[in-house]
Design a protein around this ligand. Sequence first.
Ligand SMILES: *Cc1c(COP(=O)(O)O)cnc(C)c1O
Length: 362
Amino acid sequence: MTTRVYNFNAGPATLPLPVLQQVQADLLDFGGTGMSILETSHRGPVYDEIHQQAIADLRELFGGSDDHAILFMGGGAQTQFALVPMNLLPQGRHAAYLETGVWGEAAREEAGKMGDARTLWSSAASGHDRVPGPDDYQVLPDAAYLHYTSNNSIMGTQYAAVPEAGEVPLVCDMSSDILSYPIDLKRFGLIYGGAQKNMGAAGVTLVVIRRDLLERCRSDLPTMLSYAGMAATNSLQNTPPVFAIYIVGLVARRMLEQGGMGAVAAYNDKKAGLLYGAIDNSGGFYRGHAQPGSRSRMNVTFHLPNEDLTALFVSEAAEEGLQGLKGHQALGGIRVSLYNAVTVEAGRALADFMAAFHKRHG
Ligand SMILES: *Cc1c(COP(=O)(O)O)cnc(C)c1O
């Protein structure tokens, strides 16, 4: 078997090894059918079972309620930047955006092409080093929705609590922390996120939408761009990304077997604790970007004293099998992505490397 590295990529990102092994075992002959899941009809009973089971397992991970529809869509989160306002922002109304980084800004800009999308609050002035608290903004009660980004994968910030929206439907880009901790789905009108960070492979986007919002969706949209249209066919209007959905199903099943969202969250907390511990115990050698109250458990961002040391950090880490650590160009420095499938062992190896690197070069 080839050696697998410690993979801290920001997305697509590492997948659970048992899931990859299952995919490998199923690839040529899925469940005794004599064909791959890639080669079977999306209208047949074999795929249907995968599709329904994936939705059922996701529903259980999201808390079990049937008040929301779970949709599989294409085009990634960035397509949702446009579909949310197309469906839910009528003429004469406005949508409010909390902008805590590159993704939140992009979401508002795309929505601005569709209607009246307003910045309600932005962390740009402080370099996007924090998320807002409840006293930082007030959403107007006639807003069509309030949009926020629960985890800012580029900046390394994350909301510790769901923001207050009153009666206004809350829409969340949850791309980079979806199903990494338990949520109270009742608080949300709509959640979306690509599968490629916490849930599987690129190619499918999860949309979780409250059923009463489906009735409010603009009714003259093309079916493939309409949440109501997709919900009406249980995401089977066209050929869905069957392979990506099959992998999401395997990942979801595994999460349930591991004890569900509480266990997943505890595991993620452990990893983040190791990394923030390494930063906080470095006497300022490593400087975290996020303010302490806004620290992300999914993407840990920090800077070293200079660019040369940053480059050296990345290359020495790679030599030790610790890969995917270069920060996004919008922020620089180091970014450690700790999505669900990253192991505590990987987190510990990196924390140990950080201490040793500091000793050598500090
Ligand atoms: C990764 C990411 C995106 C981009 O997702 P795509 O599926 O590539 O469009 C959007 N928002 C957030 C918060 C992300 O982390």
